[in-house]
Design a protein around this ligand. Sequence first.
Ligand SMILES: *Cc1c(COP(=O)(O)O)cnc(C)c1O
Length: 411
Amino acid sequence: MTSALDAAAHIALTEQFAAHNYHPLPVVVAHGEGAWVTDVAGRRYLDCLAGYSALNFGHGHPRLLARAHAQLDRLTLTSRAFYNDQLGPFVRDLAALTGKDAVLPMNTGAEAVETAIKVARRYGQERHKVDPDRANIIVMAHNFHGRTTTIISFTTDEDAKRHYGPYTPGFRIVPYGDLEGVQAAMDDDTVAVLLEPIQGERGVVIPPAGFLAGVRRLCSAHGVLMIADEIQSGLGRAGATFACDLEDVVPDLYVMGKALGGGLVPVSAIATDAEVLSVITPGSHGSTFGGNPLAAAVGHEVVAMLETGEFQQRARDLGAVLAEGLAGLPEDRVLGVRVRGLWAGVDIDPAFATGRAICEALMQRGVLAKDAHGSTIRLAPPLVVTEDEVGLLVDALGEVLTGPAPTEAQH
Ligand SMILES: *Cc1c(COP(=O)(O)O)cnc(C)c1O
C-alpha cells in the first residue's frame, strides 16, 4: 500500500492536529516486518528501539499475526461482565510463566502499575492493619512507571511532573541501588517497595549487584510486598524471562506490559500470589478492555513463545555480540556502556554530541534508535534480529562516533 501524502505532509498534519507530547525523529513509517521498517518513500531502517521493547518479537511476527487474525474473525470483546473462552487459558499460562498463582489483566503499563499500587495498599491495610492514611510505598529516584496522575506524583523527572498537581501522597523516594536508603525509609506503614530491576527509560541503568536480593530480604523480613515493574525489562529483553531472574530474585508481584501484547495490542497484567490477589473483590477494580478475548489470544501466544526459552536465549547470544561490538567504539567519545541481554545504554560524551543528534545521524544511516536522557542512547532491537543486523547497528554507531560531531536539525 502506498501513501498519498509524502513524509513532510504527514509530519505537518501530525504537528498541526496532534498534541506535541513527543518529539519524534523525522521519519514516517508505513510498513514493518521483523526488525525492519519502511518509510513512506520506501527507505528501509533497522528498528533498534522496538517500540520501547513492546516489539520484542519484531514487527508482524507470523505466529502472533495468525493468532490475532483468527481471533479477530471470532470474537474481540465481551467485557468482563461475561466470561470469554480466551482469558482462562491465557491467565493459566501467564501464571505458570511467572511462577505465581494468579493474574489481573489490564491494558497499558501504567494501568498495571496502578493496579499493583492498589493491590499493595489494600493488602497492607487488610492483612497488616496499616492505617489507610499512613500507608507508604517506597520507590526509586529516576524511576519510570508511566504517566497517570498517581504515578507522576512520585517521578523525579520534573518535565513529567510539573504543572500536574495536586499530587498523590504515600510515596517515599530513595536513590536507586541504595539498600540502606530503602531500609531507612521502611517502617510499619510501608506496604510495598516498587522498583524496576533495570531502569530502562533512564538509559538501561543496572543496580549494584546484590541490591535486588537485599530489597527482597528487607521486604520478607518486614512483611512488605516487593513489586518488580518488568514492563520493559521483562519477557526476554534482558536475556531472561524477567530481569529479576538474572539476580535469582523472586518478587512478590510482577508488573508486565509492552511485549505482552506482541506489539499488536495493548496487554498488561500483574501476577502475584493468590493470597495477595484475594484482596480484590467484585466491583473494586476493573477495566472495560482488560482481559478482552483479542488481547488474551495475543498474550497467550506471547506466553507460548516465551515458554521455550528461545527468545531469552537469543537475547543472551545477540547481547554478547552487541556488547562486543560496543566495546570497540571510540573510547574518547563513549563515557559508559551497560548491556543486559539485547539491551544497551550507551553514554556519549555530551561534549561531542547530544543523544538526539546521534539518533538523527543514525537515522540518516538507516538505523532508528532513541536517546534516553541527555547524551545516552538506548539500544533495544527486536529479539528476532540477526547477528549481521546487530553488526549493522554497531557499524553505524561507530561511523557516527568517528565522524564529525553531529548537530541537531533545526525544528
Ligand atoms: C513503558 C513503561 C511503563 C508504562 O507503560 P505504558 O504502556 O506506556 O503505560 C511503566 N513502566 C515501565 C518500566 C515502562 O518501561
